[in-house]
Design a protein around this ligand. Structure first.
Ligand code: DX5
Ligand code: ZN
Length: 219
């Protein structure tokens, strides 16, 4: 299986964001994870399409926009225009999940659904053909640096089972509290794409941290 490392820029130095993005990608990461919070769906406020457009020229890596906003639809065209490659959202935040998924693909992006720790996977029942990515939250959304919630592991296993049964090429991403010392267990539960914010950006040597993660994945 191809594993992808997706540093969350939430823990990067925002005063030097372009530089942070290019250095974490040249340190061996695959994807830029871009956390959008609106102080309504989650109790924090981060960045929007302007900042996405500003980092776009700094990397060729895919930008993975994680929308923690409500409502969702109005922002989709803006992020597509700002250079997002993947856009994912929380089903509770959209009145019409199927429509939002279509809207994302209509704008030329890959579409993802995000599951909070207490959100059931039933939202997947009728939309597997509209999905490119499933994101399992292993913390409650809103902040970096929280601890991994262990119930994410059986949930990842169930999501992996559903993806395999569908026969589709759907990425299984995990977000929250992923570190060198638990990434292997998370991969064993079925994840193939790993968001890591504080675990990468709080270390002085991004290359060494990403290499340590890959060594755990290869073990
Ligand atoms: C939390 C965000 C995460 C966050 C992860 O709401 O969705 O992407 O940045 O941070 P760490 O890896 O520090 O838990
Ligand atoms: Zn995220």
């Amino acid at each position: 299986m191809a594993f992808r490392i997706a540093p969350s820029i939430l823990s990067a130095d925002f005063a030097r964001l372009g530089e942070e993005v290019s250095s974490v990608i040249s340190a061996g990461a695959d994807i830029v994870h871009f956390d959008v919070m609106d102080n309504h769906y989650v109790p924090n406020l981060t960045v929007g399409p302007l900042v996405c457009a500003a980092i776009r020229p700094h990397t060729q890596a895919p930008i993975d926009v994680h929308l923690m906003v409500k409502p969702v639809d109005r922002l989709v065209p803006d992020f597509a225009k700002a250079g997002a490659n993947i856009i994912s959202f929380h089903p509770e935040a959209s009145e019409h999940v199927d429509r939002t998924l279509q809207l994302i693909r209509d704008h030329g992006c890959k579409a993802g659904l995000v599951f909070n720790p207490a959100t059931p996977l039933n939202y997947l029942d009728h939309v597997m053909d509209r999905l490119d990515l499933i994101l399992i939250m292993s913390v409650n959304p809103g902040f970096g640096g929280q601890s991994f919630i262990p119930s994410a592991l059986p949930k990842l296993r169930e999501a992996r089972r559903r993806i395999d049964a569908s026969g589709r090429d759907i990425w299984l991403e995990v977000d929250g509290g992923v570190k060198v010392d638990n990434i292997r267990a998370v991969a064993e539960a079925g994840a193939d794409t790993f968001v890591a914010g504080s675990a990468i950006f709080s270390t002085p040597d991004y290359r060494a941290t990403i290499a340590a993660m890959r060594a755990e994945l290869a073990r």
